[in-house]
Design a protein around this ligand. Sequence first.
Ligand SMILES: *Cc1c(COP(=O)(O)O)cnc(C)c1O
Length: 390
Amino acid sequence: MGDRDTKLHFATRCVYGDQICPGEEPTGAVSFPIYQTATFVHEAVGESTGFSYSRLQNPTRQRLEQVVASLENGIDALAFSSGMAAITALMELFQPGDHLIADSDLYGGSIRLFRNISAKNGITFSYVDCSRENVEDHIGEHTKAIFIETPTNPMMRVTDIRKAAETAKRHGLLLIVDNTFLTPYFQNPLDLGADIVVHSGTKFLGGHNDTLAGFLVTGSPDIAEKLRFLIKTVGSGLAPFDSWLVLRGIKTLPLRMEKAQENAMAVAGYLLQEKQVKRVYYPGIAGTKAYDVCKKQARGFGSMLTFEVESRELALHILKSVRLIRFAESLGGTETLITYPVTQTHADVPEEARLANGITDRVLRLSAGVEDKEDLIADLKQAFAAFEGT
Ligand SMILES: *Cc1c(COP(=O)(O)O)cnc(C)c1O
């Protein structure tokens, strides 16, 4: 956190990055331009504007990467065409024979990648509940990294990042943290000892359910250099227009995060007293282990919550009956979305692994948006009431 004090404050950096003085953009445009170009002219051999071809770097993407690196207190950030493109490139850091420890409750797409693509490339995985189990018991001579999400998707388990970082350091492993759910507004894993932060920029950073994006952020020059080589080689960098959309989204990140969290708190409060709901998983509920760990390492609890209802029929009914809340995959946007992990985000996770994590056909996940909380609660209320009446 050292140089945080000398930096501009967070919300200011969301708007300007680290550059408060205008001038780096020759026209004086207040909104950073979209450089919609594939290639750049060289005046002569050995001369360059610093840009040569947009797969390597593009000014709009660079601007976005600088803002994200600043928000995560990293030295470099790389913007990819989606979260999965970022994680796919990241896996190229590893060799056949390498072993990784991955949390057993990751985003379903990450598990699909590990089980089907990374495994085919000779990388092996141990799936561990990093919030509870002793990670050290799973480290072998070929282990190279620990990959976690906290809170996890969808069961909202919270792992102690400092502790995981200590374990990783002791054994010479990389700690990779997918920080999509809390974003740098609430949590900075690099400050807690992580080596690489992953984001699906599609979610809170973009924030408007209108574009895909992904990020890798690091505080290590050595890792940054390897990732720069990978992005130009695998070619999945974010396009200029999408970079601009995410830049625009980030300007309101603090406002959206606060409002969405307030809404999630209110919805959690309602669900806790709705008698057709069996359990609510939200780290902002005091008295839980997730709450205590989150308090120690984050500045908030986010706006994602998961709840279990009494029956599969009721879960299906809720999905059909909500009017304002959208039944759709994804999260972190201005619109409140409700998701059915069993058939959507986690459909490709083997049933046994899914059930072991408590992802039954009675579980629903909700991403609170920035609407008025009264309308969200009224929508859920009418959906539950209609079922009682059937
Ligand atoms: C959505 C998501 C991803 C994948 O990102 P895409 O942008 O959809 O490719 C990875 N991790 C988490 C936690 C996510 O929610």
